[in-house]
Design a protein around this ligand. Structure first.
Ligand SMILES: [Ca+2]
Ligand SMILES: [Ca+2]
Length: 196
């Protein structure tokens, strides 16, 4: 009868699972429904000649309005504008509080690409949340590039509506830095260093 060994194996697997957490893949989505309406605007025949159909924004994150909670602005000669937004380390049981927002006035409804220039420390310090109007919040990061400023692309595209759009960046893991964000409709664009 090897049932005790069998259950022991299950117990070990459960403990191992709990120990390797760090919030990996456990992003609680704020809404269960995932609107995936890929409403292509190209070729719809409604565009006027004057209306831009593409855009490219470089945002210095430290210039964002409504920086709140734990988020602070810090100096670093290796970042855009010499400053970045820092989410400091928090107590183990403390809730994430950091939040900032900026507004983009978009000329057209389109799928956009988001890039974040970030500084991660470790597996437990390598993500933030991105929230755009009408979408479930998106986990940004969880890559394995640590202790150097680097660009992280948000997988896929994010549908942004036309007009004034409030973009929110919220704390997920602590002890992370965010320098710049690029929001672009250019699929081929790949940032390398600090963007101008
Ligand atoms: Ca910056
Ligand atoms: Ca992580």
């Amino acid at each position: 009868m090897n049932s005790s060994r069998f259950f022991g194996g299950i117990l070990c697997a459960l403990i191992a699972c709990m120990l390797t957490g760090c919030g990996k893949g456990t992003a609680p989505s704020e809404s269960a429904d995932e609107p995936q309406s890929n409403q292509a605007t190209e070729g719809s025949g409604t565009q006027t000649a004057e209306k831009p159909t593409k855009y490219h924004y470089v945002i210095e994150v430290e210039a964002a309005k409504n920086l709140s909670g734990s988020m602070t602005i810090a100096d670093d000669p290796d970042v855009g504008g010499g400053k970045f937004v820092h989410v400091p380390a928090r107590d183990k049981n403390a809730e994430p509080t950091g939040r900032l927002e900026f507004t983009l006035d978009l000329p057209v409804q389109r799928e956009a690409y988001f890039w974040f220039r970030t500084l991660w420390k470790s597996e437990c310090n390598n993500s933030v949340f991105l929230q755009v109007p009408g979408r479930p919040r998106i986990e940004v990061g969880e890559d394995g590039n640590y202790k150097r400023w680097h660009w992280v692309r948000v997988p896929g595209t994010v549908l942004l509506e036309e007009g004034s759009q409030k973009i929110v960046i919220a704390e997920r893991e602590d002890d992370v830095g965010i320098d710049q964000i690029v929001v672009t409709t250019n699929k081929r664009f790949v940032p390398v260093e600090i963007e101008e």
